[in-house]
Design a protein around this ligand. Structure first.
Ligand code: F6R
Length: 242
C-alpha cells in the first residue's frame, strides 16, 4: 500500500482530482468504480470544475457505484443514485447509459448481484476503484463479519453505519439494508484508491494498514492488493506508527 498524507480534505480533493483528470485523459474509455459519502465530495468538486474548464470529458467513461440503499426509491433525495447525479454526473458529459448502479429495490438479490457482476465484466472490469472507509473499517457496505464476501449482496447495516449516516435522514427513518459490492468485486479492480479524512477514521486506518488482515476490519484485505494508494489527512493518519 502506498500511503500519502496531506494537510486536509481540500488538498486531497485537489491531488486526487488531478489524478482522475489525468487518468481519464490518458484512458478516455476507462471504467471507474465510485463511492458516495462526504469523503469523495472535494474530489468530485475538483473534477466537475475541470470539466467546466474544458480539461476533461466523461463522454466515453463508464462507472459503477459501490452500493445503494434498499427500500428507498432511486429518486429519493437520500439515494446514492441521487447523490451521484447531484455531486458529479449532472455536471459532466457522461452518458447515463454508462452509469452502473446496484438496484436496492429488487426482490431477487442474487439475480441483481449476478447482473452487476456481468455488467462490470462486460466492460472489462474496473480500472480504478475509489473507496472511503467506515468508522468500523467497512469498505462499500461490507460490515465487520466472520468471512470476507465475494460478489454483491444485500447487507444488514451495522449500528455504527446507521449512527454515522442517519444525519442525512432528517425527515424519514434510515434504511436498515443496502445492496453492496462484495469484497471480491472490489479486490478485482485493477487499481484501488482509498481516502480517509478526520480523526474519527484514525482507528480504522491504523487497523487497515498496521493490523492483521481480518474480516472484522474489512478494509484490512486491501493489504493483499498490489496497487492500492491511500490518501489521508493528518487527523486520519494520526495513529499510524510505521
Ligand atoms: C459509500 C461507501 C461507504 C463510505 C463510508 C465513509 O459509497 O461505500 O463505505 O465510503 O461509509 O463514508 P463518509 O465518506 O461519509 O465518511
Amino acid at each position: 500500500m502506498k500511503v500519502i498524507v496531506l494537510e486536509n480534505a481540500a488538498q486531497i480533493g485537489e491531488e486526487l482530482g488531478k489524478f482522475y483528470v489525468d487518468f481519464i485523459n490518458e484512458n478516455p474509455s476507462c471504467v471507474l468504480g465510485l463511492a458516495t459519502g462526504a469523503t469523495p465530495v472535494p474530489t468530485y468538486n475538483y473534477i466537475t470544475k475541470a470539466y467546466a474548464d474544458g480539461k476533461v470529458s466523461f463522454k466515453n467513461v463508464s462507472t459503477f457505484n459501490l452500493d445503494e440503499y434498499c427500500d428507498l426509491p432511486k429518486d429519493n433525495k437520500n439515494s446514492y443514485y441521487t447523490f451521484m447525479f447531484q455531486n458529479l454526473f449532472s455536471h459532466v458529459d457522461i452518458d447515463p447509459a454508462n452509469v452502473g448502479f446496484l438496484d436496492g429495490n429488487v426482490t431477487d438479490y442474487d439475480a441483481e448481484s449476478k447482473r452487476y457482476a456481468e455488467a462490470i465484466k462486460a466492460k472489462g472490469g474496473i480500472d480504478v476503484q475509489l473507496l472511503g472507509i467506515g468508522h468500523n473499517g467497512h469498505i462499500a457496505f461490507n460490515e465487520p463479519a466472520d468471512e470476507f464476501t465475494d460478489e454483491a449482496f444485500r447487507v444488514t447495516l451495522s449500528e455504527s453505519t446507521i449512527n454515522a449516516n442517519s444525519i442525512y435522514f432528517d425527515d424519514a427513518p434510515m434504511p436498515r439494508y443496502a445492496m453492496t459490492m462484495g469484497i471480491g468485486s472490489i479486490m478485482r479492480s485493477k487499481k484501488i484508491v482509498l481516502v480517509a479524512t478526520g480523526a474519527g477514521k484514525a482507528q480504522a486506518i491504523k487497523g487497515m494498514i498496521e493490523g492483521e488482515v481480518t474480516p472484522q476490519l474489512p478494509a484490512s484485505i486491501l493489504q493483499n492488493h498490489d496497487d492500492v494508494v491511500v490518501y489521508l489527512d493528518k487527523d486520519a493518519a494520526s495513529l499510524l506508527t510505521k
